[in-house]
Design a protein around this ligand. Sequence first.
Ligand code: RRO
Length: 299
Amino acid sequence: MNTSIGKIELCHVIMNAAGVRCITAEDLSDLDNNPGCAAVVTKSTTLLSRVGNEVPRYYDTAHLSINSSGLPNLGYKFYAGYPRCSKPYIISVSGLTTEDNITMIKYISWHKNVDGIELNLSCPNIEGKSQIGYNFEDMDKVLAAVSAVISPRLNFGIKLPPYFDMEHFRMAAKIINRYPIDTITCINSLGNGLVIDPETDLPRIKPKDGYGGIGGSVIKPIALANVRQFSKLTKCAIIGCGGITCGRDVYEHLLCGASAVQIGTEFYKDSLALDRILLEFVAYISEKKYTNIKQIPLC
Ligand code: RRO
């Protein structure tokens, strides 16, 4: 069930979403040894290491998660220097400024152990910073600056926030189509949701007065709509992300035009989820008599 996403060949369609079980060397080594994970994606990295926001900063129910992790990571030099993985290695980059993104991507471009960058244009959880993907002028400027420095050897990926308006899909795609972007990961969590505990009368998480990014199965329809739109409006390979809990959800993302998927909340809840979902996906498409994911139609 091999696939390709831009310049990267994968042995199957599933990988971790940036942020989940991918901060430390031990996390990365576990992902490298996990057959359910076709590529290793790091936590979004910044110029300097960060401890992240105050806790509790994560909460989940059967249907949703909320997080305000606040970019806890070990700094870009740690991820750039991580030894060669046995599978494709993608560094998620989330600079606090465009200059930070340029510094990190120039440095990473020299490292042959890295196969791709996933430029995060959609972190919802930094106090005082808005999501770049929601400001089209800023998004255009960042993409122009990064396109000028990224090595053409690297897969150039971006991770978008969810859009909800047809004109916004068109505006984002028009900008993306000006740059040599290989892959789009859609979507990041739905920014600035609020989950309340009616027992304590307080928000479930502490940072930012309880506001955080929403993930989990409730976001699947939004994710599928974004995957479908960007697969229509751009030539980029699409990595679907959002609401995947079982093999059939993977199939739905592929029906909408994804070439691979990332799994966040379900993998956070269960370290064995990727393997299980891969087995379910393979069984599901075998039942449908597909031998190759290219045979899966578009919805
Ligand atoms: O670290 C986070 O709080 C975080 C990031 Br960078 C992101 O891109 N998406 C998210 O839900 N949380």
